[in-house]
Design a protein around this ligand. Structure first.
Ligand code: IMP
Ligand code: MG
Length: 181
């Protein structure tokens, strides 16, 4: 098996381009079938991680839609609580809109919590969450997640938009941290 090295860590192939493409197609199909007749959704990708997923997703989505992005950044402070900052916000008027969030991965749910905070006062008609990956064993929130591409075990992954300390986002498939480092 072809392992790769990024910074100091070794990763092994985990999800192929073919599987990713299948997952993204399935998500686009599910989201489109969950919309009311004639509804034009506003897709909002969460930067940076979801840029590849969002671009493939919207190409698979058949029908009219609008696309925007917000940039959130989470970092570990000196305490165990995680702080999520909004670096680029939303400019669109969301009143009465069906907004579908496109997220790369939901881990602890801290970022998702921030997303619900950001959109709470925007008078949207409906807020739906579509995530490519989900780590159920570490999710600590009760917030609803409408569409999940693939649930995975709690191991760090890179590729297809996801990074390890800035690197690996351009890998066309997903790699998982190996246990023996
Ligand atoms: P949260 O813990 O659910 O708030 O996840 C925060 C963010 O951490 C995600 O949106 C990703 O950008 C990043 N993240 C979580 N798990 C991984 C991973 O396994 N690889 C790379 N980035 C991750
Ligand atoms: Mg992210």
């Amino acid at each position: 098996m072809e392992t790769i090295k990024i910074h100091d860590l070794t990763f092994q192939p985990f999800i192929s381009e073919e599987e990713l493409s299948h997952i993204v197609k399935t998500l686009a199909f599910q989201v489109s079938h969950g919309l009311d007749e004639g509804e034009i959704p506003l897709f909002i990708g969460i930067l940076n991680g979801s840029f590849l997923f969002a671009s493939d997703f919207i190409r698979e989505f058949k029908g009219e839609c609008e696309v925007s992005f917000v940039k959130l950044h989470s970092y570990q402070g000196t305490k165990s609580t995680e702080v999520v900052n909004e670096l680029i916000g939303i400019n669109e008027d969301l009143t009465g809109r069906t907004v579908v969030i496109l997220e790369d991965i939901i881990d602890t749910g801290n970022t998702l919590h921030k997303i619900y905070d950001v959109f709470r006062d925007k008078q949207v008609k409906e807020l739906k969450i579509a995530t490519l990956f989900f780590k159920p064993s570490v999710y600590r929130k009760e917030l609803p997640i409408d569409y999940i591409g693939k649930s995975i075990e709690d191991k760090f992954i890179v590729g297809y938009g996801l990074d390890y300390n800035g690197l690996g986002r351009n890998l066309p498939s997903v790699y998982q941290l190996t246990t023996e480092q």
